[in-house]
Structures are given as structure tokens and as C-alpha cells.
Design a protein around this ligand. Structure first.
Ligand code: SF4
Length: 272
């Protein structure tokens, strides 16, 4: 999706980890807005999107001076104790504009020089591979969590037409692992998938996190309902895949291929 770009000068860059991210001291968003514009994105139903002209996905704010802000705030935070950072909670740090702007890369450079105790990088974009040289320097203090909600390109195109293809994400996992970067797959939210999805993932990753609209949208599924997702599933003839029971069905399928200890549910899968 071609998004309108805005340059902003934020006053702060680190936010306190709360709610779903209560296990983290901070969240870090290099951008506001996200040109992947996923149909189910819960941020669509949050004030940052609701009180803004233009549909979610059509605009992105680029944070000027992000690295300088982080340098100062990280120093202050570390002086108070452990610092664990989730990047990112309401944008994708490797959305297309990152190719040119390199805001995320500038933040990683700051954190390599002054490392937090743990950094989780949450993305669905193959662009994360560009920063392997920096990610390697965190050693075991980083985990890259790649969203792969389904193994079906057809389903992916129905729900997230502007997001990277599934096969490219598999390849990204393989590249990260080959370069020694700790990874996980976030099947989040669970979208309809094929019976052999676990077997397809097995060669590339050993840690799986499952999440759904009811546990993971921060409102027990209310935000997702407001986005009309239930109707979307019905229109696509996928009603059986919408409901709080689905996560258990998918979990049972995954633990036939992965050890139970490697398959996490919702918040637990994203913990430091
Ligand atoms: S990539 Fe993440 S932040 Fe961006 S629209 Fe999709 S769900 Fe929302």
C-alpha cells in the first residue's frame, strides 16, 4: 500500500510496557502507522488510528531524531535497573519505508552500543535480514519474532494483501537462523491454515507462539469485532475458523510436530 509519509519530532521514544507487554519494561515504535495495513490489526481500533484522518495503512509518521532520543532514554532507564524492550507494539519496524529511512536500524545501532537486557523484534518483513550484522551483536539477548499467520497465500491475500508473501518469511527465518539469530514464529493472529503448516515450519524454527483475537487484541476480542472480522470470515466461508475454540485446535495440531514446551500461547510466547 502506498502510504502518505509525515515527518514528526516526538518528545519521547520509549514507552512503559503495560497490559499485554507488562513483562517488558518498555516498548519501542520507530514509526507511527503501518503501510502493511492488515485488515485485522487491532491498532485500527485504538485512538492513534481513530483520531486520525486517513484509513490505517494509508499514512506513516517517521520519527525524526529517534536514535538520539533513545540514546538518552536508554541511559536513564538502565540507571534504574533491567531494561527489556519490545519493538514494536503498534507498527512494523521493517515496513517498506524502513528501506530508505533506516530509523529501525539507527535504533539497533544505539542498542548495540548500549544493550538492553533483552530485545524482542516483532516483524513480518524480510527486510529484518538487512540488519543481521547488528542483531548478531546482541547474542542471546535478542529474539526475532516473525509473524506467519497461515501457510496459505490465498488466505494471506484476503486478510493482509499488502504484507510480504509467506514464502519470503520462511526464507527470512532460514537466513536468520543460519546466522545464529534466535527466532520464533508468531502465528498471531491465527488465520485459517493447512493441515501441514506445522511440518512446513519445523525445518526453520523451534519456537512457536500462537495467539488469537480473543486473547491477543487487548480487549477480549472486542476491538476485532468492531473491525468486522467476524463478518469477513463469514463472507469468505471461513466461519469455523472464527472463535475462541480455534486456538486449542491449532495448538493440538502443533504439538504433534513440536514439543509442547516449544509451543507457547498468547502473551507467554512474547515474554522476554
Ligand atoms: S504489520 Fe502489525 S502493526 Fe502493521 S498493520 Fe499489520 S498487524 Fe498492524
Amino acid at each position: 500500500m502506498k502510504s502518505e509519509l509525515f515527518y514528526k519530532n516526538p518528545k519521547t521514544i520509549l514507552n512503559k510496557g503495560t497490559g499485554f507487554l507488562a513483562g517488558y519494561t518498555h516498548s519501542l515504535n520507530p514509526y507511527t502507522g503501518c503501510s502493511f495495513g492488515c485488515s485485522y490489526c487491532y491498532v485500527r481500533a485504538m485512538p492513534v488510528a481513530l483520531f486520525r484522518d486517513g484509513e490505517w495503512g494509508n499514512w506513516v509518521d517517521i520519527k525524526n531524531g529517534a536514535a538520539n532520543l533513545l540514546k538518552k532514554e536508554l541511559q536513564r532507564a538502565k540507571a534504574k535497573g533491567n531494561v527489556t524492550i519490545f519493538m514494536s507494539s503498534s507498527t512494523d519496524p521493517y515496513q517498506p519505508i524502513e528501506h530508505k529511512e533506516k530509523v529501525t536500524r539507527s535504533l539497533l545501532e544505539v542498542m548495540v552500543a548500549d544493550p538492553p537486557n533483552f530485545l524482542l523484534v516483532q516483524t513480518r518483513s524480510p527486510l529484518v535480514s538487512r540488519d543481521i550484522d547488528l542483531l548478531q551483536q546482541f547474542k542471546e539477548k535478542v529474539r526475532v519474532s516473525i509473524t506467519i499467520e497461515t501457510d496459505s497465500e490465498t488466505i494471506r491475500k484476503h486478510f493482509t494483501p499488502d504484507a510480504p508473501p509467506i514464502q519470503a518469511r520462511f526464507k527470512t527465518l532460514e537466513t536468520l537462523a543460519a546466522n545464529g539469530i534466535p527466532t520464533q514464529v508468531a502465528i498471531a493472529p491465527i488465520l485459517p491454515s493447512g493441515e501441514y503448516f506445522p511440518e512446513k515450519l519445523k525445518p526453520f524454527v523451534d519456537r512457536i507462539c500462537l495467539d488469537d483475537y480473543f486473547l491477543g487484541d487487548g480487549s477480549g476480542g472486542n476491538r476485532t469485532r468492531k473491525l468486522g472480522m467476524e463478518e469477513k470470515y463469514a463472507q469468505l466461508g471461513l466461519k469455523d475458523w472464527y472463535g475462541s475454540h480455534v486456538i486449542n485446535n491449532v495448538y493440538n495440531r502443533f504439538i504433534k510436530t513440536f514439543p509442547e514446551s516449544d509451543v507457547y500461547l498468547s502473551q507467554a510466547g512474547f515474554e522476554p
